[in-house]
Design a protein around this ligand. Sequence first.
Ligand code: HEC
Ligand code: HEC
Ligand code: HEC
Ligand code: HEC
Ligand code: HEC
Length: 197
Amino acid sequence: MRKLAMVVTVFAVAVFGALMAFAGSSPTLPQSPALSDSLTAPTLAAGDTANLRGPRQPVFFRHDIHAGQFKIQCQYCHFAVEVSQEPGIPSMQTCMGCHLVIAGSDSSSRAEIAKVRDANAAGEPIEWQRVHALARHAHFPHMRHVKAMGPNACMTCHGDVARMPQVFQVNNISNMGWCITCHLERNVTRDCSVCHY
Ligand code: HEC
Ligand code: HEC
Ligand code: HEC
Ligand code: HEC
Ligand code: HEC
């Protein structure tokens, strides 16, 4: 048991170290002009979420902090996106890889991270509200799109998630016209049976 705790801690510290080295270098060494330090997330507290677009979540988990400011890759958390229909929402283990050691730097983030740690200690998953959900008769294979459309594909359909404090739908996905318009433009099949089965 002790050994396992050690291993987990060493792993978490390694991830944390890599992250901090990366984050620490970004303001002084912008890798590309477009990405300089302009992604610093605004200061917001959980009480502000009611004014943000998109469904309110049980924990104020911020993409603008994780994917924006700290530049954690989308695939680090949504790791199934290139191999599966569903990108998947990350499990508790993915969060705890960092949050066993990262407790938060201000009272608002500490309070929200405490909810994540409590849920983990209780062995309960966080019940995230879905932002996008197609009707059951329509099927959307993520991996096909991400393979064909390349690394910036997420943004084409989901908008600039890395700047969103709370995720909202940028495109109305529950609308066949949206799918068909792009398939027409890119000369992709419009055969009913590829989407409806
Ligand atoms: C640190 C982990 C993490 C990273 C990195 C991350 N996400 Fe997420 N993502 C989540 C979690 C947790 C949720 C569910 C809670 C929510 O909706 O905010 C989520 C939800 C989403 C949703 C809404 C899902 C739904 O219910 O429809 C989209 C879209 C999304 N992420 C896209 C992205 C994109 C694009 C990136 C990269 C720019 C990214 N995510 C990076 C953890 C992450
Ligand atoms: C690769 C490391 C990493 C992973 C994985 C990660 N986080 Fe974070 N998280 C951070 C860092 C760094 C901060 C900023 C802490 C600070 O300075 O307050 C943060 C901040 C937070 C905060 C407080 C700020 C905010 O976003 O509102 C919450 C809540 C949070 N994380 C939840 C989660 C959840 C839930 C997951 C899993 C889906 C997760 N984190 C996965 C590194 C990570
Ligand atoms: C061509 C448009 C398109 C692209 C590109 C795309 N998505 Fe999606 N995404 C969707 C649609 C449509 C849904 C709803 C699917 C459903 O409900 O079955 C969705 C749903 C999601 C969800 C929630 C599904 C779940 O498993 O809970 C996440 C997370 C997500 N996308 C992340 C990403 C990430 C990360 C990328 C880039 C690597 C990406 N998406 C690229 C259209 C797209
Ligand atoms: C922004 C452009 C874009 C949008 C929007 C889009 N698609 Fe696609 N879709 C593509 C591309 C490009 C491919 C071709 C992938 C390949 O060549 O493998 C594709 C392929 C597919 C395939 C596989 C087709 C086959 O030959 O088997 C399905 C199924 C599909 N899309 C469903 C959807 C659905 C459902 C939606 C709307 C919810 C949607 N797509 C929205 C660009 C898009
Ligand atoms: C590229 C994917 C795609 C193709 C091709 C496609 N559909 Fe759809 N279809 C969708 C999506 C996405 C929806 C909306 C699902 C939702 O409401 O969440 C939809 C909705 C529908 C609906 C329900 C309409 C409504 O208002 O709810 C019908 C009926 C339908 N499609 C029939 C067809 C027929 C017939 C064809 C062939 C001529 C076809 N679809 C081709 C993706 C597709």
